[in-house]
Design a protein around this ligand. Sequence first.
Ligand code: HEC
Length: 154
Amino acid sequence: MKKFLTLKKIFLPILIFIGLSQFIKIDKENEIVNSSLDFLSIESPTKEISKIIKNQCYDCHSDETKFPWYADIAPVSWWLKSNIDGARDFMNFSKWGLLTPKQKIAKMQECFEALQEEEMPVALYILMHDESQFTAKEGESLQEWFKNYNTPLN
Ligand code: HEC
């Protein structure tokens, strides 16, 4: 009886919290994309590289996020949203054209390093898209592409 009471004390508030949290929806509206600022239109990498970047990076680092089904379930949705906001703050491929050449080169260098250290795409992504795994070969060609990135400095 005592055990039951403690369980109730712990789980009931959790259930109530989860229940109520469903009323706080995240903003899933993507900003309208101006294709003249888009990374892939500006840099026009090969088809293969474009496909990898679009599949592996755009869901978080662009305004073309495709939200997974659990984006409607709080509090997971809040966590997801804060990750996407954080990712866009760092680098938004839909606003690539707003960066200076120096900033672009620095971002590409960081992308290279993130792949080399296997920091990106994050584990969360595997949750979002188990159907589109990043193969080792794709990872290598993307890494190579980031490494060789250059743009005129004016
Ligand atoms: C599931 C979402 C998600 C995906 C997919 C994703 N990123 Fe990120 N990325 C993030 C978040 C969140 C941060 C910010 C981390 C922080 O606040 O430190 C980030 C940060 C970064 C950084 C900054 C360096 C660092 O380690 O903090 C680089 C570089 C980066 N991402 C590159 C990429 C590249 C390249 C891809 C595609 C191969 C990619 N990301 C895919 C969520 C994602």
